[in-house]
Design a protein around this ligand. Structure first.
Ligand code: TRP
Length: 474
């Protein structure tokens, strides 16, 4: 029998949920979400984000999971097969292609940041943060990302772990890894929330995260130059709202084939709708808990909530260096980030691996190593584009290589992939086929169908137009 005829499957619904939650919970939840919430003014950003997760993201999770399960192939194979069954153009296979290629690009730089988390775990354990001030914390980070040897070693260490897990297959690798790593992740997160709650400024955090101030979300401070020229102090802007929508997609691992591939390993007895809700709920809970772990420290130590991407790598170490048990807390924190990143990176390597496996019939180990090493090599370009590292002077339309790849995937590939996926399930697959695949109660199905047909494509379409407008005009 040809290898492709026996597509792998999860051994249980639980294993699938853990893997999917593992994919969703990642750097997006613990690194990005808190700093974006910080920049978006807290509660209002969180509220809008949660609305997007449940009304736009969750229906898309359902769409991808059901397409994957129906196709029982890699995202490219599944999309082509379903398009053919529905007598639609084979061009719909491009959704699969954009996912597989996009996932390959994302893992190439996701692994770089994954490497940073490993390096910071080691630094923390060695006591590198004790009593550092803001300047030293910043210098430590910049000199690390500028170091060609250290960044190379950490990036390939991270990629090596990812390859190792993916090489062992769906049940022997992915499932085994997530069943150990996810409980560890929840345990560490809980410890950190409790610790922060007792030692940090918990009251202020709760107010910050759950008391929405829409002015903070909708108005951004005008530049000092604009104010000097007689402009208003604050200008209306939907930037953070659209950021929240993009973040909800990234956090749920949508539009890059990860969820579709995981769906293809599903058996018929699993309820897709209920699973999607569980995944979305777990993912947002972890994002909120990450906020509850980080912000009490941020407030207690007077760090800047709107610091941005440096919040985790440049601000938190200052606090770890001063607090009681800071070495333990810091090491646990970066360990948590590393675990979250690994269970996500395996889901990014999986779509390209499943496609190449299907196409070539090579064994999984060979495919995992080939694709992982190839992505790793591509990732070196990103790693070396940071700080004053070797390729930091290269600029692509004004962006570093890392930011250019991020822009291409986050702003072009993901919205287009999401848009066409929504259009496909909403308008090009027969209603009957979707009903059969989802086996939902009539009323639930109608809600999902409405969201997938009208709400998701409209919302994603608006984002995409805004991105293009900003890029071309702004
Ligand atoms: N969701 C992960 C995070 O929050 C990252 C991720 C994994 C991802 N697979 C994906 C993002 C697919 C987009 C698409 O960090």
């Amino acid at each position: 029998m040809a290898g492709a005829a026996q597509h792998a499957h999860w051994s249980s619904r639980w294993a699938f949920i853990m893997a999917a939650v593992g994919s969703a919970v990642g750097l997006g939840n613990i690194w990005k979400f808190p700093y974006e919430a910080g920049q978006g003014g807290g509660g209002a950003f969180v509220m809008v984000y949660l609305l997007f997760v449940f009304f736009i993201g969750t229906p898309m999770l359902v769409a991808e999971l059901s397409l994957g399960r129906r196709g029982q192939l890699s995202p490219i194979g599944s999309m082509k097969k379903i398009a053919q069954e529905e007598k639609r153009s084979p061009l719909w296979g491009l959704i699969g292609w954009s996912g597989v290629v996009g996932a390959f690009i994302v893992i190439s730089f996701y692994s770089v940041v994954g490497g940073w988390t490993l390096a910071y775990m080691v630094k923390s354990a060695m006591g590198a943060f004790s009593n550092i001030d803001a300047q030293t914390a910043q210098d430590t980070f910049v000199s690390y990302i500028s170091n060609p040897v250290m960044t190379l070693v950490s990036h390939f260490a991270f990629m090596g772990i990812t390859i190792f897990i993916v090489a062992k297959g769906v049940q022997g690798g992915l499932e085994k890894a997530v069943t150990y790593l996810m409980p560890a992740l929840f345990a560490i997160l809980l410890v950190l929330v409790v610790y922060s709650g007792f030692t940090g400024d918990f009251a202020k955090t709760v107010d910050f995260l759950f008391n929405p101030d829409f002015d903070e979300l909708l108005y951004k401070a005008n530049s000092p130059e604009a104010i000097a020229a007689g402009g208003a102090a604050k200008v209306f802007s939907l930037d953070m709202v659209l950021q929240a929508l993009g973040q909800s997609f990234f956090s749920l691992s949508l539009a890059l084939g990860s969820i579709m591939t995981y769906g293809s390993y599903l058996t018929r007895d699993v309820n897709v709708g209920r699973s999607a809700l569980t995944i979305a709920a777990a993912d947002s809970s972890v994002a909120l808990m990450a906020g509850l772990a980080i912000f009490p420290i941020v407030f207690a130590y007077g760090l800047d909530v709107a610091e941005g991407g440096g919040l985790v790598f440049m601000s938190l170490p200052i606090a770890f260096g001063q607090m009681p048990f800071g070495i333990v807390v810091g090491t646990l924190f970066f360990g948590l980030l590393a675990v979250a990143a690994i269970t996500s990176s395996i889901s990014l390597l999986e779509p390209p691996v499943s496609y190449v496996e299907e196409k070539t019939g090579w064994n999984r180990r060979k495919v995992a190593i080939t694709m992982g090493v190839a992505a790793g090599v591509l990732g070196v370009l990103s790693a070396y584009s940071q700080g004053d590292n070797m390729l930091s002077s290269i600029s692509i339309f004004g962006l570093s290589i890392m930011d250019a790849k991020d822009f291409l995937t986050n702003n072009i590939i993901m919205p287009l992939g999401g848009l066409f996926t929504a259009l496909f399930v909403g308008w090009f697959v027969s209603r009957k086929a979707m009903m059969e695949e989802l086996a939902m109660e009539d009323k639930t199905f109608r809600i999902w169908y409405f969201l997938a047909r009208f709400v998701s494509p409209t919302a994603i379409g608006i984002i995409f137009i805004k991105i293009i407008y900003d890029t071309v005009v702004g």
